[in-house]
Design a protein around this ligand. Sequence first.
Ligand code: COA
Length: 561
Amino acid sequence: MISLDSGSCLFPYHRIYDSSVNQYFLQLSYYRQINLYILLMSGFTQVHKGNSSAEFNLRAEEYQTVLQEFRQKLAGVSAHGSVAAVEKHRSRGKLLARERINLLVDAQTPFLELSTFAAYNQYDNAFPSAGIITGIGVVNGRECLIIANDATVKGGTYIRETIKKHVRAQEIARQNKLICIYLVDSGGIYLPEQANVFPDRFDFGRVFYNQARMSAEGIPQLSVVMGSCTAGGAYVPAMSDETIIVRNQGTIFIGGPPLVLAATGEEVTSEELGGAEMHTAISGVADHMAEDDVHALKLCRDIVAGLPIPEKQRLDIQPVREPLFPMEELAGLLPTDLKKPINAHAIIERLVDGSEFQEFKANYGKTLVTGFARIWGFPVGIIANNSFLTSESSLKGTHFIQLCVQRKVPLIFLQNITGFIVGKKYEHQGIVRDGAKLINAVANASVPKFTIVMGGSFGAGNYAMAGRAFDPHFLFMWPHARISVMGGEQAAGVLRSIGSNGSTGSLLDEFEEQSSAYYSSSRLWDDGIIEPADTRKVLAMAISVSLNRPFGEASYGVFRM
Ligand code: COA
């Protein structure tokens, strides 16, 4: 019987504890080198309750409903496949995908799981988490990107969102130079969906292209074959730098026994055709044979331990200090009605070390709040919406991004944006020209960018605030957040004004559904939904991950003056 008790805190991030995040940093050899652990243990401040107004209490209460709904949905999508599929899986002596990850990562460290809501509310909810678990964990002191097929979900086969999630995880690995570990247990493409997943640029083939390109860049690619690995999927272990396969359990072949029989008349067992003994002794497709899942994961940990440590981006890291105001208070600051404003300063105070925020241009372009702070000891530059974007606030944002890039300070975008200001006066002043400067700076910023959608994300404001198309290293949404080209009511108004005679009611319903965080996360428009109170921890881990690749040098396009 395998005990998982001593493993990590492998649960969705809303159960990540501060102590486990400390453990995450303690495990990183890089931090051990600079003795940060002494710093991590120091400097905790007395937290005091900051707000108890009637409006605050009401909002906090309303937000509890949002959080309860989120937790319930999260538990649902984190529960693997059907009971029968889980039983069948276990009866074969196999661990579940999340249990495997739990044993792979260092004890008591959190796993930053990504896109848990992939495929949510699609395909009759038959693909929880799109049948694949991705995220970042510490393995023998190294931050690794882990991709694990969930064989209890339709045999671990790939639909469009599975591929998007796999490819997005690889992109994160590439952008942050993270070792990739594939825990393979998949029947390949989900055949009824083949037309949606097979031939296009970012379809299934991209998985193997990425492996080849990352291997060429010196980013280690490791596979552990713990079940099926059929057809195209066979190339995941074959394209890896080193591959482990479990005896009497893992198989790798282009076509399984039924296909071979039909095509050639040859009768052969799975083990003969592509089992562990065959691949480690005869074909050389795999390199190491493991006795079972636990042994395979141990072998993988041993391989990671021997990998060279890459050059890190050095930052001036200071002792960690708690914010002066509890993060749980964020809930009381968030209106569930997005038409009401969110006080950016109050949010920042609850996210940053010591609630200390060195504001830049506090009196200019006040609809955008910019300034320097620290999160878990890391220096950050924060850009937060405090209303729509104006010419002044766009120029201020552009200036601030240049400062951060020059000083090599990571950028945090806190999005709550209805868009750029509209009207004749503002068009004449050149709002588009100034907005273009901000978009240019965001696109070309050579420091890591992290985006949190804390309210609405509408229109071109989404671009200027490092939306998905602007390649932030990570983008997370809060559960009540919304994203769409404009609000439903505005869209209905525009359509009416151009003479469209569609039903306003159904349009509003559509916008309501399609702008929700769950709709976004289901389609991989973000890297996941997180609770506001976990934002600090998630950002700390994300910043740490981004230091695995030295930041680039400043370079911008032509700024329209
Ligand atoms: N496409 C569509 N559905 C598939 C599938 C595929 N490639 N592979 C498995 N499934 C479905 C099964 O129909 C079953 O669905 P259900 O839960 O609705 O009954 C579910 O996944 C589990 O499959 P099952 O065969 O019962 O489980 P298993 O654990 O015994 O075997 C596989 C899993 C993947 C080894 C086996 O299903 C298989 O060999 N599939 C075909 C693989 C293949 O040839 N792929 C080529 C595509 S590139």
